[in-house]
Design a protein around this ligand. Structure first.
Ligand code: SAH
Length: 344
């Protein structure tokens, strides 16, 4: 019989599991607390459970506990980048960022990615596999254990396309925000997507209070197709429809992510078009100066151009921020650390 992944089980599922094993119901509470509050790394750490019971569990369940194989710390801003090894030997990266309002963790949702965005390092080798809910969770748990500090915000903006691993993503969000577990507020969770329209509609029906971020990066279909293959599947018009629906159903404003690529999408005309897309939905725009990867010849817009672009948006009354470039000195861009590790 295949072992079940115990850290991906909901509280109710764990209760049912214990019942089926003819164990007392409160065993579920104990196990759940050890995993999701005390952040135990194995059954053997669950010291108030009998040895017999722990052995029984070891035979029935797999226990996801990621192992940090590399940690880089930025000398500029204290950002830490972690490379975690999974039980099958694959590695994923996560980032820990310290802000005034709390600590934020950026997690990966897949090993590799198949979306093929031209400027992104995560997708260069394609998709290896989806991450399990427990493997997404444990990036946060492991970082909490290693830093000794509480995580208050989670962004699913690392390697992978979360909507391409939809069921595991949803389960992950439910576990992460569960009041019986770490209980991170849904409002402090952001999921970023390249724009898989049917999944954006599905997510709206879940009525979660998370923030949805759309990687827009261009204001015409023609330009977007040059940067993102997914633009061949869904038009900007369809995307805006999905964003409008998400806002209507959840009351949560969408964030547009817009990576500024020198000479490609950074003109005043682009800024006006972007404003026109953002305004009807009251979207927040997050500008990201593109982080050049050596495999592609995209360049960052010049500082003055970035400032002018932001200015234009502000004049158009759009709520805009420039993403601070955290950890620029430590393989900042998505997928760079993992890629370097694989090449060694
Ligand atoms: N697959 C999801 C989440 C992953 S990346 C998505 O597409 O949204 C998080 C953000 O970083 C996305 O907006 C992505 O387009 C952007 N990004 C990836 N590589 C980048 C780079 N080298 N420079 C700037 N932004 C990048």
């Amino acid at each position: 019989m295949e072992k079940k992944d115990i850290k991906s089980m909901t509280y109710e599922e764990l209760e049912a599991e214990m019942e089926a094993l003819s164990e007392k119901k409160f065993r579920a509470k104990q196990c759940y607390e050890w995993m999701h509050i005390k952040l135990a790394r194995s059954f053997s750490e669950m010291t108030n459970l009998s040895k017999d019971f722990r052995e029984k569990c070891e035979n029935l369940f797999t226990f996801t506990a990621l192992e940090a194989v590399e940690v880089q710390e930025s000398k500029l801003d204290g950002t830490k980048k972690f490379l975690f090894k999974l039980s099958d030997g694959n590695v994923v990266e996560s980032v820990w960022m310290k802000y005034k309002h709390g600590n934020s963790v950026c997690i990966s949702s897949q090993v590799g990615c198949r979306m093929g965005c031209r400027f992104c390092a995560s997708t260069l080798d394609g998709l290896e596999r989806n991450l399990l809910p427990s493997e997404m969770l444990d990036q946060i748990y492991a970082i909490t254990r290693l830093t000794g500090e509480r995580v208050s915000n989670v962004v699913v903006m690392g390697t992978g396309e979360p909507m391409d691993n939809y069921d595991n993503l949803l389960r992950f969000i439910r576990l992460l925000t569960d009041e019986n577990g770490l209980h991170i507020s849904q409002r402090n969770v952001t999921v970023s997507t390249c724009g898989i329209v049917p999944k954006m509609y599905e997510l709206a029906e879940e009525k979660l209070q998370i923030t949805l971020a759309l990687s827009l990066h261009a204001t015409t279909d023609e330009k977007r197709r040059k940067l993102m293959p997914i633009a061949n599947r869904y038009s900007i018009e369809e995307l805006m429809g999905a964003c409008g629906n998400y806002f209507e159903k959840t009351g949560r404003r969408i964030t547009f992510e817009y990576s500024l690529v020198g000479g490609v999408n950074d003109t005043d005309e682009d800024a006006d078009k972007l404003s026109a897309l953002a305004r009807p939905l009251g979207c927040h725009v997050n500008l990201i100066p593109v982080n050049p990867i050596k495999e592609r010849d995209f360049v960052q817009s010049e500082g003055a151009r970035i400032a002018a672009f932001k200015n234009k948006l502000e004049k158009n009354k759009i709520n805009v921020t420039i993403r601070r470039e955290m950890g620029r000195d430590i393989d900042g861009a998505c997928g760079q650390l993992r890629r370097r590790h694989m090449q060694r």
